[in-house]
Design a protein around this ligand. Structure first.
Ligand SMILES: *Cc1c(COP(=O)(O)O)cnc(C)c1O
Length: 359
């Protein structure tokens, strides 16, 4: 068996230990005689899985007691609608910062339900930076203020949070969840599709302050009302059982490896290997302004499309896969989530060095 170095933006690589454990437990989960895929979600054995997963989210992220942790479906994309349906019900207004495709989708979806206001955008420079924000331009009566914390496609990240005062801050943390410690109390609501850093596709994690539950618009579908899932412990209907189980294994792995502070240190070390190389390279260059660089997604280009394509081709043959950049940025993108070992990044940089020497 040989495994590649997988730089996919999502679904992305998972820790090998997690995959092995899942394989070991595939036919007989802890003496139950069944796979987790086959068992009733109402069974005691699954109950302990979902409760264990929630406890790990709370422990690793330091979730305060007045927040609910929900295991939902529909991806982060469903949250683009679910957030306004539930939160945009008082003044029917929300603020948005457009830092990329996902942030823009959240904005466009919210605009269907109320007044969506663009506070700032970095579209002018292909979203290669995080705009400087002036609280004087924020709507004082917004029902929420939305940011996309880590911009998966463009490789930018907020290093400081906007000060929204009493306006609830909502963040899409799909591609940076559990990559470093986060002060949950600064946010009213956090959401993430699991397939970047937490587990398989099909699971969406929502962390929501309790006082924001119960104010959904009248026509909100039952399944899109946070209250429904909060009242039923994420089991109003069948939850994504297997994805929750894998996410639990991933979180156990995070915990065994030192928790979010250790993840941050590891991720900073990995990202530095790549950024330091890019900063001195005469062929490759990063596309993002230095102060807004992501720890998770690193886009880079040669400046020559044909050479980019040649690099992607040769890298793939050498076992560095899914490294092609998003079509809107071009070039390459290395996604280096928690599960990517530092050797993967070191070997990629070594390969880039050789490619540079040859060109
Ligand atoms: C991948 C991604 C999404 C979309 O997630 P789905 O689960 O596919 O809906 C949204 N936001 C961010 C930041 C992402 O990285």
């Amino acid at each position: 068996m040989s495994r590649v170095y997988n730089f996919s933006a999502g679904p992305s690589m998972l820790p090998e230990e997690v995959l092995k454990r899942a394989a070991d437990e595939m036919l007989d989960y802890q003496g139950s005689g069944q796979s987790v895929m086959e068992m009733s979600h109402r069974s005691k054995v699954f109950e302990s899985i979902i409760q264990g997963a929630e406890a790990l989210v709370r422990e690793l992220m330091g979730v305060p007691d007045n927040y609910k942790v929900l295991f939902l479906q529909g991806g982060a994309s469903s949250q683009f609608a679910m957030v306004p349906l539930n939160l945009m019900s008082k003044h029917k207004k929300a603020d948005f910062v457009l830092t990329g495709q996902w942030a823009t989708k959240a904005y466009k979806e919210a605009a269907r339900y109320g007044e969506a206001h663009v506070v700032a955008s970095s579209k002018d420079k292909t979203f290669s930076y995080i705009p400087k924000l002036d609280p004087a331009t924020f709507s004082k009566d917004a029902d929420y203020f939305h940011i996309c914390m880590n911009n998966t496609i463009y490789g930018t990240k907020y290093h400081t949070l906007p000060d929204t005062g009493n306006v609830p801050l909502v963040a899409d943390i799909s591609s940076c969840i559990m990559s470093e410690p986060i002060d949950v109390s600064r946010f009213a609501l956090l959401y993430a599709g699991a397939q970047k850093n937490l587990g398989p596709a099909g699971l969406t994690l929502v962390i929501i302050r309790e006082d924001l539950i119960g104010h959904a618009m009248d026509f909100t579908p039952t399944m899109f009302n946070y209250q429904t899932h909060s009242d039923n412990g994420s089991m109003f209907n069948t939850p994504p059982c297997y994805a929750i189980y894998i996410a639990k294994l991933v979180m156990e792995w995070v915990k065994e490896n030192g928790g979010l502070q250790a993840m941050k240190e590891h991720n900073e070390k990995k990202a530095a290997v790549l950024y330091d190389f890019l900063d001195q390279s005469k062929l490759f260059k990063g596309t993002v302004v230095k102060e807004d660089r992501s720890l998770m997604n690193v886009p880079f280009v040669t400046g020559d499309e044909a050479l980019d394509a040649e690099f992607v081709k040769q890298a793939t043959e050498a076992g560095f896969v899914n490294i092609k950049g998003h079509r809107t940025v071009g070039g390459m993108r290395a996604s280096i989530y928690n599960a990517m070992p530092i050797e993967g990044v070191e070997k990629l940089v070594e390969f880039m060095r050789q490619f540079e020497a040859a060109h």
